[in-house]
Ligand binder design. Structure first.
Ligand SMILES: [Mn+2]
Length: 193
């Protein structure tokens, strides 16, 4: 069942639908590079996104990027995956040519982001590279997922960011995939919602 959300503030108006699946996504944030990264995230994470944003891009890309992260995190949290069926942990290393990124996630119910990436430049096209951390922070906190993202080897900045998004997507897909064990993957017997 798709999670549908709307969020309207003085900075952004966002309409978003998030589902699991392999169908193509429809993404229009008004920020080309962010569209590209969200498309990768959906594709490699086995998500279907329908996202439409009207943001204050005359200021910069900050509010749009952060608010999409907030709503995406909330939506992922509300997908209501059956916790007794999921792997819970996911690890992925993803190379993008000369660059290498790693993402390790825990569907823990305990929001936490460790983000370590020294990017080779501050802009990709018109996109502020510092917004990558803001995006992942918003997703992790609002989805209540623990995520450790590391850029292990850098090079081209577009590649660096793309590798991080693909690694995060892969790790999330693994963590949400079927464990084939009908048991909550916690010795405590419960994963906080
Ligand atoms: Mn690319």
């Amino acid at each position: 069942m798709a999670v549908k959300k709307e969020r309207i503030t003085k900075e952004t108006s966002i309409r978003m639908s998030v589902d699991r699946g392999l169908e193509p996504s429809t993404i229009d944030t008004g920020v080309g590079f962010l569209n590209h990264m969200l498309d990768l995230l959906a594709f490699h994470g086995h998500f279907v996104f329908d996202i439409k944003v009207e943001g204050d891009l005359d200021v910069d890309d900050h509010h749009t990027t952060e608010d999409v992260g907030i709503l995406l995190g909330q939506s992922i949290a509300e997908l209501n995956e059956d916790k007794s069926k999921i792997q819970r942990y996911g690890t992925a290393y993803v190379p993008m040519d000369e660059t290498l990124a790693r993402s390790v996630v825990d569907i823990s119910g305990r929001p936490c982001l460790h983000f370590e990436a020294v990017f080779s430049s501050q802009k990709v096209g018109t996109f502020d590279v510092e917004l990558v951390k803001e995006f992942f922070y918003a997703v992790a906190i609002n989805s209540r997922i623990t995520a450790h993202l590391d850029l292990i080897r850098g090079g081209n900045t577009h590649h660096e960011i793309e590798a991080l998004f693909k690694a995060f997507a892969q790790s999330l897909r693994i963590a949400l995939s079927d464990s084939n064990v009908n048991r909550i993957p916690s010795s405590k017997g419960v994963i906080e919602e």
